[in-house]
Design a protein around this ligand. Structure first.
Ligand SMILES: C[S@@+](CC[C@H](N)C(=O)[O-])C[C@H]1O[C@@H](n2cnc3c(N)ncnc32)[C@H](O)[C@@H]1O
Length: 392
């Protein structure tokens, strides 16, 4: 392996560790050894070793449907998974095969990795990548990951590298006793990667971290909806609701009322804390993202900004919209149309701030499969196969 590639891999590992990820020595060793550039053969190696998600496939509308995930979030999830030598692991979402190769390195020759992807062409490419990287023993399967892969069960560890809306019953059936499941789980429109273990008849969480994965397709796809509001702006809703995109674009082109909140959170507090607060307490919350491009932006001063897109959150009412914005670090509320939703959004920001700006630290999620009775709890999310009870 040329020295430059080694250096790139070591630099990437250093960046990942700087974010507090790759705390497990087996994860460190895997990231130090497995060559990511062989899983992204169309990219120059320098780009393959950036700490970025790389989209590798899009649907007919241009939406990403496969990628190599950001190395830092991969390391966070592998830390959560705590896979060990000799274990059997099931991965849902083979993608490029890179994570499967990291897992194969961790479990070693005595272990076995099975990875499932919905798309046959993705599996074919992952096979080529894994062979090129010297991992011919990883078992790749084309299929719907919601069904797991019973042929190689039981698994000591199951990990989904695609956003899941529900906990599929097959994962419980195929997990070995004292096994662990790690999934990017939908919590009413936000995701947290959660490490679950079985506690008698239900799942209980061991850790929860913020994340943002593309959503699972197939039989367990969730009810989320997204609408193109303009060429660059997309509206994301956590539930199935009809929206007239042209009417919303017209409303957003109006001059809004602007109200200061007096609250100046960091980006991390916004991403991990306020979005979770809104998701769990506001039935009509939404997010809007605007891709980078030429021309004046439709979203004014969206508080979360990355080079490729700006993102904001708010409330979509029946005859008004309220969105978060930012001026000199302070969060502001932009009200379009009826003022009621702007007042509601302001009250949420103040409620979150007064509660000490909670985020996913200390978040506990218990998941009771359908048919198992459990406590009601303050915050309950009903899924098709389980009921989630959230507490701190
Ligand atoms: C973010 S990518 C996975 C990244 C991958 N682990 C890697 O290291 O490159 C998500 C993958 O999940 C797959 N996927 C989506 N829905 C699925 C389903 N129901 N069952 C299995 N795979 C699914 C997509 O085709 C996509 O390849």
């Amino acid at each position: 392996m040329p020295a430059e590639l080694n250096a790139l891999r070591h630099d990437l590992l250093a960046q990942v560790r700087k974010q507090g990820a790759a705390t497990d020595p087996l994860v460190v060793d895997a990231l130090r050894t497995v060559p990511r550039h062989l899983f992204l053969p169309d990219l120059p190696p320098e780009q393959a070793y950036e700490d970025e998600a790389i989209v590798t496939k899009r649907d007919e509308d241009g939406r990403p449907i496969s990628s190599s995930s950001q190395p830092t979030i991969m390391a966070i999830m592998l830390d959560q998974l705590a896979a060990r030598h000799g274990q059997r692991v099931l991965e849902i979402g083979a993608g490029t095969g890179f994570n499967a190769a990291l897992l194969a390195h961790i479990v070693g020759e005595q272990g076995r990795v099975t990875s499932v992807d919905l798309d046959e062409d993705t599996v074919e490419r992952a096979r080529e990548n894994l062979d090129a990287a010297g991992c011919p023993d990883v078992v790749l399967v084309t299929g719907d990951g919601a069904l797991g892969h019973p042929d190689n069960a039981p698994y000591d560890r199951i990990i989904a590298t695609v956003g899941v809306w529900d906990l599929a019953p097959a994962w419980r059936d195929q997990l070995a006793p004292r096994g662990r499941l790690v999934v990017p789980l939908d919590l009413h429109g936000v995701q947290r990667t959660i490490a679950f273990e079985l506690d008698g008849d239900h799942w209980t969480s061991r850790s929860a971290r913020p994340c943002g994965f593309m959503r699972m397709r197939g039989s367990a796809a969730g009810p989320e909806r997204n609408y193109r509001i303009s060429e660059r702006v997309t509206l994301n809703l956590p539930h199935d609701r009809d929206v007239d995109p042209a009417a919303l674009a017209e409303v957003l082109a109006e001059v809004p009322t602007i109200v200061g909140t007096g609250v100046s959170p960091s980006i991390a507090e916004l991403f991990d804390g306020l979005s979770l607060w809104l998701a769990l307490r506001e039935p009509c919350w939404c997010t809007l993202s605007e891709a980078a491009g030429d021309g004046a932006p439709l979203l004014r001063a969206a508080p979360l900004r990355a080079p490729e897109a700006a993102v904001t959150a708010g409330i979509l009412g029946d005859d008004g919209v309220a969105l978060l914005s930012r001026a000199d670090g302070e969060l502001t509320v932009l009200g379009y149309g009826n003022d009621t939703v702007a007042g509601e959004l302001l009250a949420h920001v103040h409620g979150w701030d007064a509660a000490g700006r909670p985020g996913s630290d200390g978040l506990r999620v218990d998941a009771y499969p359908v048919g198992v009775s459990g406590p009601r709890g303050d915050i309950v999310l009903e899924k098709a196969a389980c009921r989630l009870v959230l507490s701190w």
